[in-house]
Design a protein around this ligand. Structure first.
Ligand SMILES: [Fe+2]
Length: 175
């Protein structure tokens, strides 16, 4: 973690850049990025007020940084209480850290023409989790009574693609 007189967000993106480029693709890179992200979670100096603003209609993505070569992106997702994602998977590896609030994740797998719940997790402030496609179908919901903000690092250029979502799953869910 960089401790010089550098803006915390700049220090974080520097640390993420080093983690992405210093680790082999796959589980090692996901672990290195999670290790780099964790110390910054919950730091009130990290985000500007406008980067913490949600939308009453749906969860909100604020793009914080994209590497010049598109190797990774850092975004803040802001959920008001009860807001949720569609069931989806991702175009690339992803590391998620909870900055404030609480995320409830439900994981799924496809069986024939429907989805089956594979597990659930509740993640509080400071929690870090990694996703490595394939097999990363999930839905995330703000299960807290307050605004939840999580920081997501993706191995794609979200300023070009719009988001990291590969596809949405509208199949029926059987428990
Ligand atoms: Fe996701």
């Amino acid at each position: 973690m960089t401790t010089a007189l550098v803006a915390p967000l700049t220090a974080l993106t520097d640390d993420l850049d080093a983690a992405v480029r210093g680790a082999h693709p796959g589980p090692a890179r996901v672990a290195a990025v999670g290790h780099a992200l964790a110390p910054y979670l919950g730091d009130p100096r990290l985000l500007r007020p406008d980067q913490c603003v949600g939308d009453p209609e749906h969860y909100t993505q604020h793009v914080l940084h994209v590497a010049p070569d598109g190797a990774f992106s850092l975004v803040a997702l802001v959920w008001l209480p009860g807001q949720t994602t569609p069931i989806h998977d991702h175009l690339s590896w992803c590391v998620v850290g909870v900055h404030t609030g609480e995320e409830h994740e439900t994981r799924y797998r496809v069986e024939d023409d429907h989805l089956v719940v594979d597990g659930t997790d509740v993640a509080g402030p400071g929690s870090v989790a990694g996703l490595l496609p394939p097999g990363d179908i999930h839905r995330v919901t703000n299960s807290a009574a307050v605004t939840t903000i999580s920081l997501h690092v993706y191995g794609v250029d979200v300023s070009r693609l719009g988001s990291s979502i590969r596809r949405r799953y509208d199949l029926p869910v059987e428990c």
